[in-house]
Design a protein around this ligand. Structure first.
Ligand code: K1U
Ligand code: ZN
Length: 188
């Protein structure tokens, strides 16, 4: 397995819609394995193919003890509202409160190419929506108000020079901090 470079804000691929996988091949399974390793190295809970420079409609998600490889995921049902302070592995040090559906049902193909349906609420629901947004060329910034987005972009302007070539290179074993001000699940 390999830790892949992560594309950061400004990379055109983050704004392109992805292409559904017609077949789940060994090469795509290896990509999913590398995405898991990259996500874990970055202390993330999700990662979408455009974040590693790929155009396939593929994301990986790992929330608590649940891990999913999702090819061609689509949200087929949603309910309720939840607000969560989100970050993005492709926009380090930038955070913003986003309103999402509180519960979603997602249909996809698993790593064997078999159809699956998963349901999630709270953090899993937020993460699934964040990753599926990536596959549609959307970022959490797109959900912010004009003012909050302007503040977020000012923060990014001060950060972006740390990522030459619009790539974030992770070192194996290093601590890559994440930030969340959300309460633990049992306090919600
Ligand atoms: O796609 C990505 O950029 C990964 C991103 C997804 C995300 C999920 C939920 C809320 C916001 C963003 C992350 O994994 S950022 C890490 C993170 O937010 C987190 C890490 C551990 C516990 C809780 C949140
Ligand atoms: Zn993201």
């Amino acid at each position: 397995m390999a830790i892949l470079p992560i594309t950061v804000l400004g990379a055109p691929i983050l704004r392109q819609a992805t292409v559904p996988a017609t077949e789940v091949t060994d090469e795509l399974r290896k990509l999913a394995d590398d995405m898991f390793e990259t996500m874990r190295a970055a202390s993330g809970i999700g990662l979408a193919a455009p974040q590693v420079g790929r155009t396939e409609r593929l994301c990986v998600v790992e929330v608590e003890d649940q891990a999913f490889t999702l090819f061609n995921p689509e949200i087929v049902a949603r309910e309720g509202k939840i607000r969560w302070e989100e970050g993005c592995l492709s926009i380090p040090e930038v955070f913003g409160w986003v309103e999402r559906s509180a519960w979603v049902k997602v249909r996809a193909l698993d790593r064997n190419g078999d159809p699956i349906e998963i349901e999630g609420n709270e953090l899993l629901a937020v993460c699934l929506q964040h990753e599926i947004d990536h596959l549609d060329g959307k970022l959490f910034l797109d959900h912010l108000s004009f003012l909050k987005r302007r503040q977020a972009m000012a923060t990014w302007d001060a950060e972006k020079d740390k990522y030459p070539g619009l790539l974030r290179i992770l070192s194996p074993g290093a601590e890559h901090a994440t930030h969340t001000t959300n309460p633990p699940k049992d306090e919600l």
